[in-house]
Design a protein around this ligand. Structure first.
Ligand code: ASP
Length: 358
């Protein structure tokens, strides 16, 4: 990949204490209006003109830009591999990493990186903006400045947040717990089933008990094998057998994230349960996640989920669809044993779910 690298000296007068690598993938944050009023990717070499406050942070910043910054709706497996690779290659050189990314698929990318970066012990903070950096009322400055501050924050010389997160509009969320919930207002992300890792106001208030602690001696490994033979199947009242049957009969299909109602409920009609049973028998992994943002799947709580459990549909507990589908792509590619894949789908790999004894 042909990266563009920009080094910013934000601390000409002082001795530099911290270093951050920014990975610019695209999205609204890095856009500026051209002479014709169209949004085009912004030249990061000029970021100090847009955010002069960066000079006060005393951070050495390097920006690695995707050759063609993209709208995050175009993110694919190759881009995830590139992001993970850049972090892996530069891991020892920087205190932390900030990934500038469009908001549309940011929760998917943050989830995937939380699985791909095994043994991560430094902050990887995804952020973006609802308005481009060049816009008067842009949220880009605040989101970027605070993300940089979080990326270098340490306590007793150790990173405070050594995990993959999303920072947006004053909230720091665990990346694989976050969801985009707003396309217009500034509060674009939320995490219904896990508390924020920090809130920024006058100070950044860290929620230490929710943050995965730094672990001495951990080594970063990066795993970039992913399998895209997966799909999300969302139930709706009136869904026909034909839709279910064709979806589950797709050639090469290995895994399905089944978005059910409430606490994991589905139609109890016999054709539906039979389609599920047949798919499970053909070796297709089916994970039950809820269409509700908050709460959890409890298979067997209602009669309408009892049968799913009986035929071998797995419970996704309180995982988000974004984390479920990326975790499935990751596990299908990296875990050869089918029983082990099933076991690990129902257990946290990177803090993406909380499992209760059901
Ligand atoms: N469509 C844009 C993207 O996700 C929206 C944004 O940047 O927030 O890349």
């Amino acid at each position: 990949m042909n990266y563009k690298i920009v080094r910013l000296n934000t601390a000409a007068q002082q001795e530099i204490e911290h270093s951050v690598l920014i990975i610019y993938t695209g999205g609204t944050l890095g856009m500026a209006y051209d002479d014709d009023g169209a949004l085009v990717p912004f030249n990061f070499g000029k970021i100090l003109e847009k955010i002069p406050n960066l000079n006060n942070l005393n951070i050495s910043i390097t920006v690695i830009s995707f050759p063609e910054p993209i709208d995050s709706s175009n993110i694919n497996l190759q881009h995830w591999g590139d992001m993970a690779y850049i972090i892996f290659e530069n891991y020892d050189t920087y205190d932390g990493f900030v990934v500038l990314h469009g908001t549309d698929t940011m929760a998917y990318s943050a989830s995937m990186l939380s699985f791909m970066l095994k043994g991560l012990n430094k902050p990887v903070i995804f952020t973006g903006a609802q308005l481009p950096i060049s816009a008067m009322r842009s949220d880009a400055r605040e989101n970027l400045m605070t993300s940089l501050e979080i990326a270098i924050s340490k306590a007793n010389g150790k990173p405070i947040v050594p995990e993959v997160c999303i920072f947006f509009n004053h909230l720091l969320l665990r990346g694989n717990r976050a969801k985009k919930v707003q396309s217009v207002h500034f509060d674009a992300f939320e995490s219904e089933n896990y508390p924020p890792l920090a809130e920024s106001g006058i100070v950044i208030d860290y929620n230490y008990s929710a943050i995965r602690p730094y672990e001495e001696g951990k080594k970063l490994r990066y795993v970039n094998k992913l399998d895209k033979s997966v799909m999300v199947l969302k139930l709706f009242p009136g869904i026909t057998q034909q839709v279910i049957h064709h979806s589950l009969s797709m050639e090469g299909l290995k895994g399905v994230v089944l978005e059910t109602y409430g606490s994991g409920n589905s139609p109890s009609e016999s054709w539906f349960i039979k389609e599920m049973e047949d798919a499970v028998d053909r070796g297709i992994l089916i994970l039950n996640v809820s269409q509700c943002n908050g709460g959890r799947v409890i298979q067997g709580r209602y009669q309408t989920s009892m049968d799913l459990k009986r035929v071998g549909v797995l419970s996704g507990a309180d995982i988000t669809t974004e984390a479920a589908i990326t975790k499935m792509m990751f596990l299908l590619a990296n875990e050869p044993d089918e029983t082990e894949i099933k076991r690990r789908m129902m257990m946290p790999l990177a803090g993406e779910m909380s499992v209760l004894n059901q």
